[in-house]
Design a protein around this ligand. Sequence first.
Ligand SMILES: Cc1ncc(COP(=O)(O)O)c(C=O)c1O
Length: 401
Amino acid sequence: MTDERGDGPDRDRRSDGRDFETREVHASARTDQYGALATPIYANSTYEYDAMDGPRGDHRYSRISGPTRGELEVAFADLESASHASAFASGMAAIDAVCSLLTAGDHVVVGESVYAETHELLTRVYADYGIETTVVDSTDPDAIADAMRPETAMVYAETPTNPTLRVVDLEATAAVVDAHEEDPLLVVDNTFASPYLQRPIEYGADLVVESLTKYVGGHSDLVAGAVATRDSDLAEEIAYYQYLRGGTPGPFASFLALRGIKTLSARMERHCRNATAIAALCDGHEAVERVYYPGLESHPNHAVAREQMADFGGMVSVEFSGGREAAAAFAADLDVFVLAESLGGVESLAEHPATMTHQDFSREQLERAGIPPGLVRLSVGTEARDDLLRDVEASLDRLME
Ligand SMILES: Cc1ncc(COP(=O)(O)O)c(C=O)c1O
């Protein structure tokens, strides 16, 4: 692990009983010579040695560690109730780091509606390395239990899922995984919830992966990822992978992610409030077949979401009765919502999973993941609620003309 090699920041600097909203604001340590409030962007590839037996400070080479990334790692670990975190150049690089813990002959159980690229990574790239994957309904702990084999080394879940917003019962899933003789790793992608709404490690996850590109960054201006854990052996393996493969974020992306952390709770509260209003508006509208939002009482996993999440999140998916054509017309008519992939930024976005984020899925894969052709996914931003409501309502009403 980097700190054991003398290269890392003080990863033991932990929260001191303060609430999340206070810890996120003070996420950066004011340790530079000027007492700068925000951690500076240390744009260095290398650091000076006083003598050959060691660098002057904590760092020697920026692929291995650096002050800006180090602060991000400490802050992210703290917010995820972890003890260690490693930052990566993207969410996928973080997911790949976790998958690199697998070896030939291992078996993975994965949720049917995980992010499309995660599915692809496991079933194509890691399949070629001799790792077998079984896809299950991850909201059903019995289905996970049934799919596990003696060689199952990992159970990988995402909650809420993308784009169908199903909610995995983390406590029940952790219990099923723990009961397995070989004690596989439970990995949870926490991208859709963010650590403000849910901290999977508190429910028994071994590793949390996250795309910091989304809610943590929060401004659609960076790509980064992270892995967090409470297990120092796992942390050491992930940090070793990070060191060798080198898929790390640069200081500017690390700075932006750290800056995003400081306003995470304030933004999430607004995302949740706006999304709740949009879901209620769409629910029951004539043009709409179904609304997918864990905050609706009609949502099949509403009770689980209420139990394990602080609020229901900023993502709403809407299925149109008129299928793909209606979905396209609705999205094209939106004005405040921008037609674009990604999520979690302050701007409201709309996207059509079947042709955009999940375009590599075959029709069969789309069906198995429960993604109908008439589904539009909304990342509800932080704009004024009434402007968003007016935008969606006008677009819905035009479908009825
Ligand atoms: C749930 C989830 N996990 C992981 C990723 C991958 O993150 P990145 O694009 O930062 O590599 C995404 C991207 O959309 C995602 O939605």
